[in-house]
Ligand binder design. Sequence first.
Ligand code: HEC
Ligand SMILES: [Cu+2]
Length: 355
Amino acid sequence: MAQSTKRIKSISFFLLLISFFCLLGFGQSNQPQTSSPLMPPAASTISIDVDNIYYLILAVTSFFFFLVVFLLIYFIIKYRAKKPGEEGINFHGHMGLEIVWTIVPAVIFIIIAIYSAEILQKIDNVPADAMVINVTGEQFIWHFEYAADGVKSDKIMHVPLNKPIVLNIEAKDVIHSFWVPAFRIKQDALPHEQRETWFQARLTGEFPIRCAELCGPGHSQMLGTVIVETETQFAAWIQEEKEKANAQENALSDSAKRGLDVIQHQGCMGCHTIDGSKLVGPTWLGLYGKTETLDDGSQVKVDEAYILESIRDPNAKVVNAFPAIMPTFGPEKISDDQIKDVLEYIESLGTTKSK
Ligand code: HEC
Ligand SMILES: [Cu+2]
C-alpha cells in the first residue's frame, strides 16, 4: 500500500513539473521584442493577445497529452500479465470518473471560448481614428493606396509606428488573402467586395507580407514587405512619393498617360515592372532596342512590331527563361487606338542601345 501511495506522489510531481513547463511558454509573449522561438516577432498590439490564446491552448493540450501518455505507459507496466495466461480484472463504467472527465473539459472549453471571443472582439473593433490604406490584391502583386494622401505603392507598405491603421482589402481578379504573420492578421481579398481589418504596429522594422490563398502560377512570388517607421519618417516618405508622382506625371506625354491608364486597367503590372526588376514577366525598363533571346535560342531586336506582337499574340515569340503564361490581349480588350498609347508609354521607359 505504502509503495503505491509513494508512486502516485511521484507521478503527481512529474505532471506538475510538465504543466509548469507548458505554462512557461504561455507567459513568454508578454516580453516586448519577440514572442518565442515558435512565432515571428509580435509586431502589432493584437499579436500579443493572439499569442497568449495560442500558448494557453498549447499549455492545456500539452498537459493533457502528457497526462494521457504517462498514464497509458504507467498502466501498461503496472497491470501487465505477470504470469503466462493471467487474466485481467473485467469491470464496466465508473460514474465518478465519467462525470469528472465531462465537466473538466467542458469548463476548459468555456474558458477558452470566452477568452477567444474577447480577443475576436478586439480584432473586429476598428478604432474610429484609424488611418486608411486601401489594399488591392492582383495576380501577383499587392497594391497600396494611402487614402488621405492619394499616394500609392506596390509590394511595399509603409506605416507609422503606434498608430491604428485600417486596411480596406479587395482583389482585382481572383481571391487572394492578405497576411502579415508578424501582425497576426489575415484577411481574404475578394473581387467586388471590400473587407476590412486593422492593426497597430508596436515595433519598427520590416515584416513580410504574404498571399495566403493559392491564386495562380505566380502565387509564391506574391510577396511584399511592411515597413514600420516613426511618424516623422513616414511623413517624409509620403512627401517624397507625392513629389515623385507629380514629376512622373508631368514627364509623360498625353498619349503615354492614356497608355498607362490602359496598362493599369488591364493588370499588366501584376507581371511586369518598370524599375528593372523581374516579376512573372520581364521588366519593361529600357525594353526598346534591347536584343531579346527567345526560348528557341534565336534573337530579336525589340521594336514596335515586336512589342505589338507580344501583346496581341504573346505565344508567337516567348522570351527565354520565362513561362508562356501571358494572356492574349486582342482588340476586344485593348483597341487599336489604345495600343498606340500603350506602346508610347512603354517607349517612354527608355531605350537600350544595342548593336
Ligand atoms: C500573367 C502575367 C502577365 C500579364 C498579366 C501580362 N504579361 Fe506580358 N509577359 C508575361 C510573361 C511571362 C512574358 C515573357 C514570356 C513571353 O514572351 O510570353 C511577357 C512578355 C511581354 C512582353 C515582351 C517582353 C520582352 O522582354 O520581350 C511585352 C512587351 C509584354 N509582355 C507586354 C504586356 C502588356 C502590355 C500587358 C498588359 C496589357 C502584359 N504584358 C500583361 C506575363 C504577363
Ligand atoms: Cu494571391
